[in-house]
Design a binder for this molecule. Structure first.
Ligand SMILES: NC(=O)c1ccc[n+]([C@@H]2O[C@H](COP(=O)([O-])OP(=O)(O)OC[C@H]3O[C@@H](n4cnc5c(N)ncnc54)[C@H](OP(=O)(O)O)[C@@H]3O)[C@@H](O)[C@H]2O)c1
Length: 236
């Protein structure tokens, strides 16, 4: 059993992700007005959990690093469900097991961290003391299929919105774990060939793995923003 995964992302018309590189709105509106439309749609998706990639989370919320004095892992790591967690969860993915948390919540939602089985025992103890739930995704912490299964079976998460960045979106795409794409198109251009795209797959020749998209709806929102919803068909 896996949660239904909706990849919710805002891209420029050339499919790029980094808002600071996009052209300005033509009519003097701020970019924040337009990205606010993306945030409001995200709330409307009403999923049990939502999630960022590590870089997005650390840039926006938790830039500090935990330095483990002792790197010894647990012999048999198992998921930990912190008591008193909120109904809606925020999922963090941390293959290096070293994010320093200033809070056990993101925007009021209790954090669940996806970790490698090799995470130091002292780090797991730190997370428990902070009231932060965690689960394991293989030896390198990148086995997203196992992580999603545990999220569904141990944490009861039936739906999740994956909210970027492009590298984690690309990793979910490669694994065939995305059920729906909620693409919010910003009326502007990036234009750089080397800019991160909304699915930024690294080191794989065929990242889409025979998947296809079916358009479910297309809606014009405020400020010329367009909201496109697609269903993923997994053919292979
Ligand atoms: N426009 C939007 O809607 C939107 C949304 C979100 C973020 N953003 C922007 O996007 C930027 C960050 O995006 P990004 O693509 O550079 O980074 P990201 O997706 O947030 O995070 C990248 C991290 O994911 C890790 N990773 C790769 N494969 C993984 C796997 N299978 N399992 C677990 N972790 C895995 C990478 O680890 P390794 O380093 O070990 O490879 C890397 O640390 C920020 O500037 C943010 O503001 C824009």
């Amino acid at each position: 059993m896996y949660p239904q995964v909706i990849c919710h992302v805002m891209g420029s018309v050339d499919g790029r992700l980094l808002t600071e590189r996009w052209t300005e709105p033509f009519d003097g509106k701020s970019k924040g007005d337009l990205t606010g439309v993306y945030a409001a749609i995200g709330r409307r998706l009403n999923t049990d959990a939502w999630m960022f990639g590590k870089r997005t989370l650390c840039e926006g919320y938790f830039p500090g690093i935990f330095h483990a004095q002792d790197s010894t892992p647990l012999a048999h790591p198992s998921p930990y469900v912190a008591p008193g967690s909120s109904e809606r969860r925020f999922v963090a993915v941390d293959p290096d097991a070293n994010i320093l948390y200033e809070s056990s919540t993101v925007r009021g939602d209790s954090i669940v961290v996806i970790l490698p089985e090799t995470a130091p025992a002292v780090y797991l103890e730190y997370l428990r003391k902070r009231g932060i739930s965690h689960l394991f995704a293989g030896a390198r912490g990148d086995d997203l299929r196992t992580a999603m299964r545990t999220l569904a079976e141990t944490f009861g998460v039936r739906s999740l919105s994956l909210q970027g960045g492009g590298i984690i979106d690309g990793a979910f795409l490669q694994e065939g774990l995305i059920d729906e794409l909620s693409l919010v198109v910003y009326p502007g251009i990036d234009g750089s060939a080397d800019s991160t795209s909304i699915f930024h797959c690294i080191g794989r020749r065929d990242p889409t793995q025979g998947q296809s998209l079916e358009l479910l709806s297309a809606q014009t929102m405020e400020y010329g923003v367009v909201w496109l919803r697609y269903k993923f068909h997994k053919n292979s």
